[in-house]
Design a protein around this ligand. Structure first.
Ligand code: SF4
Ligand code: SF4
Length: 111
């Protein structure tokens, strides 16, 4: 089991999650974060920190695709451990659905 970041994170990036992870296993893309499933210790402390409710345990149904996305991009995107500045329009995107097609494969800047 692991926790995964899902669609709700796209274009939000509040990054409250990265500050609490004890093993620093978040990785930054251009418009979302992912968790490295091989590094996550399943502690669950990040889940309630996410205002977008984007972090879920992979034991929930229908998350196979997001587990793949987290696994794939955590291998190439840079590690992020410190909360950055959230985009000005983050609140506008928070509750939008159907954002998956907006997912950018480009890496973020990390820290
Ligand atoms: S707090 Fe939630 S929406 Fe923000 S970066 Fe972390 S997972 Fe994404
Ligand atoms: S569940 Fe724990 S170890 Fe896994 S990403 Fe969240 S804070 Fe980090």
């Amino acid at each position: 089991m692991t926790y995964v970041v899902t669609e709700a994170c796209i274009n939000c990036k509040y990054m409250d999650c990265v500050e609490v992870c004890p093993v620093d296993c978040f990785y930054e893309g251009e418009n979302m974060l992912v968790i490295n499933p091989n590094e996550c210790i399943d502690c669950g402390v990040c889940e309630p920190e996410c205002p977008a409710e984007a972090i879920l345990p992979d034991t929930e149904d229908g998350l196979e695709e997001w587990l793949e996305i987290n696994t794939k991009f955590s291998e190439t995107w840079p590690n992020i451990t410190v909360k950055g500045t959230q985009p000005d329009d983050a609140d506008d995107w928070k509750d939008k659905e159907g954002k998956k097609e907006l997912l950018s494969e480009n890496p973020g800047s990390g820290d």
